[in-house]
Design a protein around this ligand. Sequence first.
Ligand code: NAG
Ligand code: NAG
Ligand code: NAG
Ligand code: NAG
Ligand code: NAG
Ligand code: NAG
Ligand code: NAG
Ligand code: NAG
Length: 907
Amino acid sequence: MTAATLFVLLQLLVAAGAYAVKAQGGAQGRQVVDVGVILDRKTWVGNISWTCIELALEDFYADPGHAGYSTRLKLHLRDTGLDAVSAAAAGVDLLKNVGVRAIVGPQTSTQARFLAHLGNKSSVPVISFSADCPSRSRLTPYFFRIAWNDSSQAEAIASLFQRYNWREVIPVFEDDDSNTKFIPDLVDALRQADTRVSYRCKILPSAKEDDIRRAISSLRDHWTSVFVVRMSNTLALKFFQLAKDEGMMGEGFVWITAYGLTDVFDVVGSPALDVMQGVLGVKPHVQDTAELQNFRQRWRNKYRSENPGTNLTEPTVSGLYAYDTIWALALAAEMAGFVDSDFGLSVTNNGFTDFDRIDASKPAKKLRDSLLIANFSGMSGKFQIEGMQLVSVNYTIINIVGQKGKVVGFWTPVYGISSSLNMKDGLHTVIWPGDNETQPRGWLFPWNKTLKIGVPVKGGFGELVRFEDGPKGFCIDLFKEVVADLPYKVHCDYLPFEDRIGESRGTIDELVYKVYLKEFDAVVGDVTILVNRSLYTDFTLPYTESGVRMLVPVLDRRKKTAWKFLKPLTTDLWLGTGAFVVFTGFVVWCIERNEQFKGHPSSQIGSVFYFIFSTLVFAHREGMVNNLSRIVVIVWLFVVLILQQSYTASLSSILTVEQLQPTVTSLEEVISKGSHVGYLNDSLLPVLLRSLKIDDSKMIAFDSPEEYNEALSTGKVAVIVDEIPYLKVFLKKYCHNYTMIGPTYKFDGFGYAFPLGSPLTADISRGILKLESNGRMVELQKALYGEKSCPDKDDSQTSSSLTLRSFQGLFIISGACSVLALTLHTVRTIYGNPHGSSSASNPSLWRRCSPFSLSSSARAVVLLILQIMKSPQCMLVLVQVMQEAHQKEKEHLAGNILTQNHRHFHS
Ligand SMILES: *[C@@H]1O[C@H](CO)[C@@H](O)[C@H](O)[C@H]1NC(C)=O
Ligand SMILES: *[C@@H]1O[C@H](CO)[C@@H](O)[C@H](O)[C@H]1NC(C)=O
Ligand SMILES: *[C@@H]1O[C@H](CO)[C@@H](O)[C@H](O)[C@H]1NC(C)=O
Ligand SMILES: *[C@@H]1O[C@H](CO)[C@@H](O)[C@H](O)[C@H]1NC(C)=O
Ligand SMILES: *[C@@H]1O[C@H](CO)[C@@H](O)[C@H](O)[C@H]1NC(C)=O
Ligand SMILES: *[C@@H]1O[C@H](CO)[C@@H](O)[C@H](O)[C@H]1NC(C)=O
Ligand SMILES: *[C@@H]1O[C@H](CO)[C@@H](O)[C@H](O)[C@H]1NC(C)=O
Ligand SMILES: *[C@@H]1O[C@H](CO)[C@@H](O)[C@H](O)[C@H]1NC(C)=O
């Protein structure tokens, strides 16, 4: 229907045009304000609204508060069809011949569109209380919509999706004017709630039964089982009847009717209720006041008397809007303050058609202005115009159970979805389609669906995935466990990705791409999560350790060299020990020079060193005569004891514990040596290796652990670079001779691939997490990798030589003792020793400096030191100190040996 059609039509109307000048003054001096009403009384909405309008007019002027009003509304009903042409014709007639100041009630969007322009031209407000939101471009300053903004319910519907955590929806709607604004608004609101609109199902108003059936079966090809429906009552009735026949009103499905359709329950009654069990409906919330109850009663009586045999009990929300519209108009007419000059005849009445000759009406303009500011409390709630519509507030959510719509909750802008208007609360129990209280999860397997699961067939790592009499391996076992644990039944059909002779049909990339091409519904196998793969499939969370490392052979470092015996002590410790041997020997010689070591100086030196070296193995035979030298030797013997013990322990660990060490320590080493690098065929590695600046000519692909072993042991490649799961499977067999080394290059591990947006992805991911948290994953991994994991073998623990630092304390004690002894001996020698032979040679000196002639304090000190040196307590203390030091040293050593043994055991 175009403006041209309208134009032709209006030309035809010219003939019918009759000019009637309206008397503006009514009876009793009241101003009559003519109001046109355009309804189709062959429809429910038309009938219901007209009854409401009549009652509204009665009620308004019967109200004592309005008795003194100087204006009176006069209604002129035009019972047109639903088509736009007759409505437009009636509009022209009303404007031209009746001179109405307002037109109420175009019922459909198409009618409203024409009348809105007519009203704009003549400045007459056109007020619709049922038409669905026109798109913004069609709004004119004279078109009122006494109904809530359609888009506000989109938010309410989106909140339902959030509340029930449904991720996808299919809107099902009649493909006509009424939904052109609503559906985009709904989609926007749903997107805000993270809900995906996977598909839109449009049904033409003229659809035959077969068309509807086809539309319904198209709904079943999708995974989504949540539908938002808005269509006219008659179409909806047919639609739901067929949907029920197709089994789509059963368990697992969710149907939500938007306002516009929700009224169908009030209007159609049991035929609709019978086929729409479990449906959720959204409709404007109307406060149940005493006036409303009273009105309902009177409406029912009046309607039944006019339409005998009707089942209708409710005036519906749009009826209440009609009622409020009349009140608002009557109030606005009074507020407009018409004056006589407003009604003067217009002079520019010389258009070519009736339409042209319609003039802007001054009183209608005033009426519009006062209607805009009308503000009162009506039957449907607060009446206030904003953006040419009623201000929308709260919505009621009803659930069809049995023969009535049960209120299960509300949507309010403040609390969202709630069972009460005044607080945040859960919804009341909803009985879903299929007569079940269990909340549907929002998607179903497409009818009769068996998942076709692609399984890669590649010889190599059969522990992960292989195909022999069906799929086997870790990846498959894990998937089966996750699927079995899902709260619903999933039928899987595992198909090997192979050609007729059992060879792989292509790379993993190709297999994953088949999911995108819908050849498979999933891929289960050793598929690494990669960016380019994730472009056309969704991956679950990784279920294996992620990352890439290197595999290298290890060699035992135990080279049996001639100088191994030097290894336990570091060079500085060897030098330190030597120095102390010489020093201690010198001290002993000094002290014992005259008693033990006699004769020629060279023979003295010889015997001193013989003596002191023999202490190293506790083989000394010379007895000390002097107490001082005894102390020095005893202390030294402790040092020797500890040194010897430590040396023995360290040497034995070095000789017996294996020192397995990787032959290569980094990839840089491999690159610089120009060795070859091995990798797993058909994997992500070539890309990674190239990014690490490894030339293609240096890369060799392998297929299986056996090939890895052969290549590494024959030196064909220096390292294998691969993902950790493969390496661990390899190491389970060849742990002893190889190790994993090097940095972990970050990759995401294996995942299962599903089509983009598949609802299974999230559920399988959740299942994987569950297995991880309940320990089942560890069991499965143990079965795959072996009970004991193969330890990393590296350099860090090989050097266990003892250092000078660890014996510092001992040497200090020994050195201090020696120095002290030497000092005392020197003092004694200088001042004469009554027991020594040297004292006799210089008796005067001795006497002069003997302890008895020293000042008393000096004498006391010397005596005390002598006493201490001689006393057994002193020795005890020294022994204790030595023992402690020794113990500590031993513990340290034992620790070293233990860790080494431990590693040895694992390798
Ligand atoms: C509407 O009311 C008219 C007159 O009362 C009646 O003839 C018509 O059948 C009614 N239409 C419906 C759908 O009830
Ligand atoms: C409404 O009428 C005015 C003047 O009568 C015109 O300028 C305006 O474009 C019209 N609006 C629409 C939406 O047609
Ligand atoms: C209706 O509501 C939507 C969102 O709630 C808003 O964007 C739109 O402007 C409203 N329409 C009118 C005519 O007020
Ligand atoms: C009234 O309801 C009965 C069943 O309750 C149904 O058979 C009949 O068709 C309904 N009448 C109308 C006019 O809807
Ligand atoms: C709408 O809900 C709010 C609470 O969110 C309540 O205060 C208000 O009264 C309700 N309005 C109507 C008209 O029911
Ligand atoms: C409701 O559905 C659940 C899950 O599908 C099922 O276990 C339960 O038996 C059903 N209850 C009824 C009453 O059908
Ligand atoms: C389901 O499969 C069976 C067998 O193909 C068929 O009879 C029935 O019509 C199918 N409906 C589905 C489930 O496609
Ligand atoms: C490890 O290597 C040695 C020779 O280096 C060989 O004898 C042995 O069989 C290898 N072990 C395994 C498990 O391959």
